[in-house]
Design a binder for this molecule. Structure first.
Ligand SMILES: *Cc1c(COP(=O)(O)O)cnc(C)c1O
Length: 357
């Protein structure tokens, strides 16, 4: 990436884990351009070829699912909340402390971060929070009134905290629908198309967004074929949902996520974890594939600023966690370059107090 002054950056934030294939990747670019010439918008009153194609591709990856398309992650979560209410008749939701599900009122109500919620109360009632990976607390929280358990396979914004397979397996056996919020972890980010493939479960619902359109706005709710009928035409909708240009780009993204690319995610991810683990000031490294959090001994925001000054874009996930979410097709050389910048930034920050920069 280049900024307005022509300065070059290596982008390990990828627009908040969105640019799965990087900036200006030829496949989604060509697909979107071609669709722009045909049909920009039809509304969700009509079926379009790109929308049907994308639904079929996602269903194949899931192993049999229906899809509802919207425009963002928060809207995908809203759709899951409404689906669960309608199909179970229960309004209760169990989510996790530290989770992030979006900023609209329903999604925010299920977000387990008081700092993001407190200014906006009263929120939607009926949501309980359990600590991540505390199986007993999860079991206790799921009472008769609970229709939905909403989990991120890896808490992304909340600090890159992977859930244990046993915890997610328990969630899938409890008497409520299981929705895995894969807005951040999906579309190959963790080394499999869906992160849940590594956890040995088949959820009832999956939400997708960030990486799906490689930067064009799109979100999706997938509903497993065997799940009960929930929403029927008229129950829910979105004027822009299923936008043909976004869907065409998303088809190209899904097609690009093949065995070879997923192997790259796992290999480059392993190299990043190994490299980060040996850096000054890194206390712990967490994550899967190319969704990686490094717990630092200092505020992560400072390190993000200093890396940017040195031509590397990275993210935070909470106060002291540095988050890396580069495009899935990064090369070994780009990983080395990012690690070298991080090494010198962390070292310099340690040698020279930040007011001296
Ligand atoms: C980013 C994110 C959201 C919200 O997505 P928006 O597109 O910003 O509305 C929801 N869930 C998870 C897990 C996310 O990472």
């Amino acid at each position: 990436m280049w900024d307005a002054t022509g300065r070059e950056y290596l982008d390990f934030g990828a627009g908040i884990a969105v640019l799965a294939l990087g900036h200006r990747h030829p496949a989604p670019l060509a697909a979107a351009q071609e669709q722009l010439e045909r049909l920009w918008h039809a509304s969700n009153l009509y079926r379009t070829e790109p929308g049907e194609e994308l639904a079929a591709k996602l269903s194949d990856r899931f192993g049999g699912a229906r899809a509802f398309f919207c425009n963002s992650g928060a809207e995908a979560v809203e759709s899951a909340l409404k689906y669960a209410r309608k199909s179970t008749g229960k309004a209760g939701v169990v989510a996790l402390e530290g989770s992030f599900h979006g900023r609209t009122l329903g999604a925010l109500s299920a977000t387990g971060q008081p700092a993001k919620r407190d200014a906006f109360t009263p929120l939607v009632p009926g949501v309980r929070f359990a600590p991540p990976n505390d199986t007993a607390a999860l079991q206790d929280a799921v009472g008769d009134e609970v229709g939905l358990i909403l989990l991120e396979p890896i808490l992304g914004e909340g600090g890159v905290i992977p859930l244990d397979a046993e915890f997610v397996a328990t969630a899938s056996e409890l008497p409520a629908l299981l929705c895995l919020d894969e807005v951040q972890t999906g579309i190959g980010r963790t080394g499999s198309f869906f992160a849940f493939e590594q956890l040995g479960v088949r959820p009832d619902l999956v939400t997708l967004a960030k990486g799906l359109g490689n930067g064009l706005p799109i979100g999706a709710l997938l509903v497993a074929d065997e799940a009960e009928e929930g929403l029927v035409p008229g129950d829910h909708g979105s004027t822009f949902g299923g936008n043909p240009v976004s869907c065409a780009a998303a088809c190209a993204v899904v097609d690009a996520i093949d065995h070879e690319l997923l192997e790259n995610v796992r290999e480059r991810g392993a190299a990043l974890v190994e490299g980060l683990s040996s850096l000054a000031g890194v206390a712990e490294v967490r994550g899967r594939g190319l969704l990686i959090g490094a717990v630092l001994d200092r505020p992560a925001g400072e390190v993000v600023d200093h890396c940017r000054e040195r031509g590397l874009l990275v993210l935070t996930a909470g106060d002291d966690v540095l988050r890396l979410a580069p495009p899935l097709n990064i090369s070994a050389e780009e990983v080395d370059q990012a690690l070298a910048t991080l090494a010198s930034t962390l070292q310099r920050d340690r040698d020279r107090p930040s007011y001296n920069l």
